[in-house]
Design a protein around this ligand. Structure first.
Ligand code: NDP
Ligand code: ZN
Length: 374
């Protein structure tokens, strides 16, 4: 079968031949339909995050997948059923641990998990995968074409659950939410926040010039676009309003601290970005005082569990088609894999003249690879 693999830090993803996997007892064989590409995949391709299983120099990519059960292998799933796989698995050589037993692998510390397509385990960009049935979440057939968005939506389901939990000791009634970042995670989150009516006013911060399709999406959602070059995060309360919730999806480390100043009293900031090391100055006394005297909270969140996937499937049902079509700017077959990874391909010069093989034209929002036509 065909799969898409990369040697992290040493090349761009390409198509490789792998044997079709054999399901072990308790595992089903799944035929993959589509797999999404996000910022994490680029971090893996560059070699700045994650890596292959030990003993392998290449990693099969992909952690945002939708597929169809090919061989249920007596797991209780049905052949033909559409499923979305979760990402974390117990480390190689172990069957489970306390986090997996509790259904909370997303809370496992480093060393107590691997992540398929990201760190220590091959991913879902292959014609077939196997997985224990407990990690395969059924999805209605009519949502299958967008099923690769369930994983990223589940990231936000978890982060918002944890953010709300920090405010659960009192009567918190949020009105305003600010999403930092206009990448696929930021845009999907802005869409969730507007579609669910959880917030009366939603803002989304980016650094794009008008006119831009991303800004069009934000405004069509009924959210307000804020340009970080004109209004730094800490100045947003003065220019717009203080925010009950800030959702950081830029990976820009200063935003973690500036978010504290963007919050309204009793507000909470959820941090999702995964920056590299970066030393810079902050006024620690000011930030400490703000957190204490204004009852503010900051919470970090990574990955998601099966319950978040189930919530994300419900959310996906509520998102309008125009939005999904606007966010997913390209779905490519195996013959055009380089187009699914424009940010990686853009760095590879085309024949001799130094120009990029595939331009990253800045209008790509989210892509997916299609293994089986839907
Ligand atoms: P992208 O790289 O697609 O998006 C990041 C966005 O942030 C880009 O649009 C970028 O703008 C914008 N940005 C960066 N710096 C600034 C700035 N100073 N001002 C305004 N905008 C800025 O990544 P994703 O959307 O896929 O993911 C977002 C972050 O979340 C990443 O750090 C990723 O690693 C992380 N992540 C975390 C997960 C978790 O479980 N915690 C899961 C998935 C992702 P531009 O387009 O101009 O570059
Ligand atoms: Zn992802």
């Amino acid at each position: 079968m065909k799969a898409i693999a990369v040697q992290p830090g040493a090349g761009v993803p390409d198509v490789v031949e792998r044997p079709v996997p054999e399901p072990a007892p308790g595992e089903a064989l799944v035929r993959i339909l589509r797999v999404g590409v996000d910022g994490t995949d680029y971090e893996v391709i560059e070699g700045s995050h994650g890596g292959p299983p030990s003993g392998d120099d290449r990693l099969v990519l992909g952690h945002e997948a939708v597929g169809v059960v090919d061989d249920p292998n007596e797991t209780g799933l049905e052949a033909g059923q559409h499923v979305v796989p979760t990402v974390r698995r117990p480390p190689p050589g172990t069957e489970t641990n306390e986090y997996f037993e509790r259904g909370e692998p997303d809370m496992a510390p480093e060393g107590a998990y691997v992540e398929r397509g990201i760190v220590g385990a091959h991913g879902f960009m292959a014609e077939y995968i196997t997985s224990p049935a407990e990690y395969l979440v059924p999805i209605p057939a009519d949502l299958a074409e967008w099923g690769f968005l369930v994983e990223p939506l589940s990231i936000t389901e978890k982060a918002v659950e944890h953010a709300r939990a920090t405010r659960s000791a009192f009567d918190w009634q949020p009105d305003s939410a600010l999403v930092l970042g206009t990448g696929s995670l930021g845009l999907l989150t802005a869409a969730m926040f507007t579609a669910t009516d959880d917030f009366e006013r939603v803002y989304c911060l980016g650094r794009k010039d008008r006119p831009h399709p991303v800004i069009d999406v934000i405004e069509r959602l009924g959210a307000t676009y804020i340009d970080s070059r004109e209004t730094p995060v800490a100045e947003i309360p003065a220019a717009y309003e203080p925010m009950d919730l800030v959702y950081e999806a830029t990976g820009y480390a200063k935003h973690a601290f500036e978010s504290i100043d963007a919050l309204a009293p009793n507000g909470v900031a959820a941090l999702l970005g995964v920056p590299g090391d970066w030393a810079f100055e902050v006024d620690g006394g000011h930030l400490h005082r703000e957190l204490v005297l204004s009852n503010k909270a900051v919470v970090g969140s990574v990955n998601s569990n099966r319950a978040h996937f189930e919530a994300a499937i419900d959310t996906l049902e509520d998102l309008p088609d125009w939005l999904l079509e606007a966010i997913v700017t390209g779905i490519y077959g195996l013959e055009a894999v380089d187009r699914a990874f424009p940010k990686a391909a853009a760095r590879v010069p085309a024949a001799g003249d130094g120009s990029a093989a595939i331009p990253d034209d800045d209008t790509t929002i989210k892509t997916a690879v299609e293994f089986t036509a839907i």
